[in-house]
Ligand binder design. Structure first.
Ligand SMILES: [Mg+2]
Length: 249
């Protein structure tokens, strides 16, 4: 695997006249990961950069967040894949929701009925019903309780045929077969692409889009072809990429 901004920039140059699409994760990729997910705001400088990229390339923000949550940070001016592919919103305002959501809602709602018991059993966990998934923030938890919670959720997921995802200080129960990789692959439809992400959910995006330029942010095992250090290096890379092409619209 290659590392470094200039290598990725060089690789991207080869796509320039092929109308490439850019897929960017949000938390941990464009902004630092926050213990409080509601605090992951996008500042003016980042939004300006994204708007420039959006005028020059086809840009998608790809996140596990709900559409409401992500538009709360970046507004409605961007193409968005939300809930890891269950929900989409184009910058023209066209919203698409997967029928899988309706099918799995009752399971998630049943789970949330037991929220109190789970909070008691695993002190410090913060549980959120995200619509298409249930997330468990681990920031306030002690190590033995985290292990206990993981065992519990893995078993629960197995029994109800849900997907269990271990992320960065977060676990999720998810609708099976829905992931960023599939969503990106369908949208790009073989078009050349740059895909950047930092977490385990982005590994689906990398492994299902092997022909794209894939970039892992930060440390850890990855299927990506490139690696860069942190969200600041991502911004540096995006600035360089933005300046590779003059404004078209
Ligand atoms: Mg992320």
């Amino acid at each position: 695997m290659e590392t470094g901004i200039s290598e990725i920039e060089k690789a991207f140059t080869t796509l320039l006249n092929k109308d490439p699409a850019i897929f960017l994760d949000y938390d941990g990729t464009l902004v630092p990961i926050q213990p409080d997910a509601d605090a992951a705001t996008a500042e003016r400088e980042l939004l300006d950069l994204l708007h420039i990229l959006d005028t020059r390339y086809t840009l998608w923000i790809v996140t596990g967040r709900t559409l409401d949550s992500i538009t709360g940070f970046i507004g409605t001016g961007f193409n968005i894949i939300g809930l890891h592919g269950l929900a989409m919103r184009t910058k023209d305002g066209i919203v698409t929701i997967s029928p899988m959501l309706e099918r799995y809602r009752p399971i998630f709602m049943r789970f949330m009925e037991d929220e109190h018991d789970i909070l008691e059993r695993f002190p410090g966990v913060v549980i959120k019903d995200k619509g298409g998934a249930i997330s468990f923030s681990l920031w306030g938890m002690e190590e033995p309780d985290i292990q206990g919670l993981e065992d519990f959720l893995r078993k629960y997921a197995e029994d109800l045929e849900l997907d269990f995802y271990p992320g960065k200080r977060i676990y999720e129960l998810r609708i099976p077969g829905i992931n960023k990789g599939k969503a990106i692959r369908e949208i790009r439809d073989q078009r050349p692409a740059l895909i950047i992400g930092d977490d385990i959910t982005d590994e689906d995006a990398f492994s299902l889009n092997k022909d794209a330029i894939t970039v892992k942010v930060g440390a850890g095992d990855t299927e990506a072809g490139f690696r860069i250090q942190d969200y600041l290096s991502v911004r540096e890379l995006l600035k360089a990429i933005a300046s590779q092409k003059p404004e078209t619209s």
